[in-house]
Design a protein around this ligand. Structure first.
Ligand SMILES: Cc1cc2nc3c(=O)[nH]c(=O)nc-3n(C[C@H](O)[C@H](O)[C@H](O)COP(=O)(O)OP(=O)(O)OC[C@H]3O[C@@H](n4cnc5c(N)ncnc54)[C@H](O)[C@@H]3O)c2cc1C
Ligand code: SF4
Length: 331
């Protein structure tokens, strides 16, 4: 048995000071990732600093029509908030399609941004895994990799990023606010998630003891008819094989400043910039949608088991684009 000390932080500065001064300590929010991985000996903290008493549960309006969501707002509260449902429906849809009702009641938005991959080799605690133990190898490269990523992969790691809500946040150019030993920082969400490269153990640019305090979602009027579609092996309680978040403003049948992001197929929440480039200023028709989807998946690096994902992602993109340009977001 490993002894673990537990304390409840009373304020933000205290939480940061405690964790940053002890490399063997972790923040504890809802615990739905942390406790799982601790039980499986994947994470080995000697100290847990419970942050649930910190005043970080707000869901607030911003003057630009956007939102500020505290890191400890629960997934279920954010999914139900009228301002999220009305102004950013794809966020509410992504949240409701994630995990289960019980988990969403516990899981925090900050914890969701920090959750770890579902790669079975990472989570079994013993297989060679560069993410868990740098330079030990990657068991997934020649192993069971049906659910693994096809975009943003490297020779050192092909693990899929698991978050749903990070996908619409990527499409919205959200910003992650942190506080740490060196003060307050704001990260563009694309910079907050790192591709594995040759350092797959580094998933975020933050330092030990840096606390995610909130997520800023910029106002975006066309996001009122946004849409999130998740494709998975079963209809509930399952991670995405592929998912698409989309905002598609139109004028006279021509696509405007489109925002598109993918989940389930990449090593980080994936902004589909190649597809956006094809779509911007083009007619909203099936041929354009298919061309954009093909362009996005052109750099896909697949294995025998996950090659279907490249095709599935393209079909999901086309379906979302057809649906949203025909009818707007489904309720
Ligand atoms: C069975 C199951 C199914 C799931 N399905 C889905 C799904 O379909 N879609 C999906 O998106 N997610 C899914 N999840 C993941 C779930 O959403 C995350 O576990 C959850 O969001 C993590 O939040 P938490 O508050 O419980 O974090 P914790 O478990 O407390 O923490 C997670 C990690 O983040 C760190 N951390 C927590 N808060 C902060 C902070 N504010 N600043 C810095 N570091 C922090 C912790 O130290 C820890 O390392 C599933 C989880 C389970 C167990
Ligand atoms: S894919 Fe990444 S997480 Fe999975 S075994 Fe390889 S290095 Fe580890």
């Amino acid at each position: 048995m490993r002894p673990i000390s537990y304390s409840r932080a009373g304020d933000i500065a205290g939480a940061i000071a405690t964790v940053s001064s002890d490399p063997t300590s972790d923040f504890l929010a809802g615990g739905t990732t942390e406790i799982d991985l601790l039980r499986q000996n994947v994470l080995l903290p000697r100290r847990l600093v419970d942050i649930n008493d910190l005043p970080l549960t707000q869901i607030e309006d911003r003057p630009d029509g956007g939102l500020y969501i505290g890191a400890l707002a629960r997934m279920s509260d954010v999914a139900e908030a009228p301002m999220v449902r009305e102004r950013f429906p794809m966020m509410a849809q992504a949240l409701v399609l994630g995990a289960s009702a019980q988990l969403r009641n516990m899981a925090s938005m900050g914890g969701n941004m920090m959750q770890r991959t579902r790669c079975g080799y990472f989570r079994d605690g013993v297989s060679p895994c560069n993410k868990r133990e740098p330079a030990s190898g990657c068991s997934a490269l020649d192993g069971f990799n049906r659910g693994h990523a096809v975009l943003g992969v490297s020779d050192h790691c092909i693990a899929t990023h698991p978050s749903d809500v990070a996908v619409p946040l990527m499409a919205l150019d959200a910003r992650i606010h942190t506080e740490g030993p060196r003060g307050r920082r704001v990260y563009a969400i694309d910079d907050f998630f790192l591709q594995p490269g040759d350092t797959p153990h580094l998933e975020h640019p933050i330092e030990h003891g840096e606390l995610v305090v909130g997520i800023e979602v910029p106002g975006m009027a066309p996001a009122r008819t946004s849409m999130y579609l998740k494709v998975r092996d079963r209809e509930s309680y399952e991670f995405a094989l592929t998912s698409v978040a989309a905002v598609v403003p139109m004028a006279d049948g021509v696509i405007g400043d489109v925002r598109l992001a993918l989940g389930g197929v990449a090593t980080k929440p994936w902004r589909a910039r190649r597809a956006e480039e094809v779509l911007r200023g083009a007619p909203a028709d099936r041929e354009t949608f298919a061309r954009a989807a093909r362009e996005e998946l052109a750099p896909a690096r697949t294995t025998r088991l996950n090659a279907f994902k490249a095709e599935l992602a393209q079909r999901t993109m086309v379906r979302v684009l057809e649906t949203i340009t025909a009818t707007g977001s489904p309720s």
